[in-house]
Design a protein around this ligand. Structure first.
Ligand code: NDP
Ligand code: 8X3
Length: 250
């Protein structure tokens, strides 16, 4: 039977690539994000392959989140797979210099936004006793690096929440897991550095992961047989050994 996946942050990077990968595999799609032009573009690209609908909302706004999920047409209401991907780093500053607005953005989007979406979708999975939730964490959820403070905190929270979800939803047969990438070449650094020139250097001098690499890992996780749950996956580019050890060509 055709499965339905809801992907947050589908307008860019890992979310976009995951939508493309899922469409190729016949999974019908609910694409979410704030940039309607990109949602429309992706819908046009993927509609020849699978049914696609879009939802435009900010994950920080809990009323918008619940309204959006409620507004889904009947044929998209049964969500089998939830990919909690929307998120970003905002800033890279020592803790004494960090911006309160950046901290709010990271905690509100990466942590609370993920919770709002999950709360809107989990009850129907629980009632059906089936479903699969994948939270996009990060290597920053497993270790802390200089100036990463609050972003790392938000991703550590994502991993703790993932474990909590897996424990509490175990009784309903719902799969929960985290995919944790290292450096992936997306718009992530443009957002982190607010379009500044620092972003240009992040992926220079080595081959970073591409969004498609992570999309393939996500598809691997969702395509395992019913008795297999990929609980946690950490993926680095070959050039990266940890958050702070990166082999760059000079
Ligand atoms: P991108 O910046 O390319 O994509 C981020 C996505 O999140 C966009 O689609 C954006 O959509 C969406 N988003 C951001 N803020 C909001 C919001 N307030 N409401 C709704 N949607 C929002 O980055 P990536 O693809 O790299 O990041 C995806 C996930 O992967 C994030 O959780 C990130 O932390 C994680 N990650 C990234 C790594 C990397 O090196 N790139 C490594 C490890 C983890 P829109 O602006 O249209 O709303
Ligand atoms: C994104 C990877 O190293 O910039 O989560 O934190 S990193």
């Amino acid at each position: 039977m055709t499965k339905t996946a809801l992907i947050t942050g589908a307008t860019s990077g890992i979310g976009w690539a995951t939508a493309v990968e899922f469409a190729k595999k016949g999974i019908q799609l609910i694409l979410c994000g704030r940039r309607q032009d990109r949602l429309d573009e992706l819908k046009t690209e993927l509609s020849p392959l699978v049914p696609v609908t879009t939802l435009n909302f900010d994950v920080r706004d809990k009323d918008e989140v619940f309204k959006a999920i409620d507004s889904l047409p009947n044929s998209f209401k049964t969500i089998d797979i939830l990919i909690n991907n929307a998120g970003n780093a905002h800033g890279l500053d020592p803790i004494d210099e960090g911006s309160l607005d950046d901290w709010d953005a990271m905690m509100d989007i990466n942590v609370k936004g993920l919770l709002y979406i999950s709360k809107a979708i989990i009850p129907s999975m629980r009632d059906r006793q089936s479903g699969h939730i994948i939270n996009i964490g990060s290597s920053a959820g497993k270790e802390v690096y200089p100036k990463g403070n609050v972003y790392c905190g938000s991703k550590h929270a994502v991993l703790a929440i993932t474990e909590g979800m897996r424990i509490d939803l175990n009784t309903y047969g719902i799969k929960v897991g985290a995919i944790n990438p290292g450096l992936v070449e997306t718009e992530f650094s443009k957002v982190r550095f607010k379009g500044g020139s620092q972003a240009d250097n992040v992926y220079k001098g080595y081959k970073a992961l591409q969004a498609e690499d992570i999309a393939e890992a996500i598809y691997f996780a969702v395509s395992r047989p019913p008795h297999v749950n990929i609980a946690d996956m950490l993926i680095f580019p070959t050039a990266q050994a940890s958050s702070t050890i990166l082999k760059k060509e000079v």
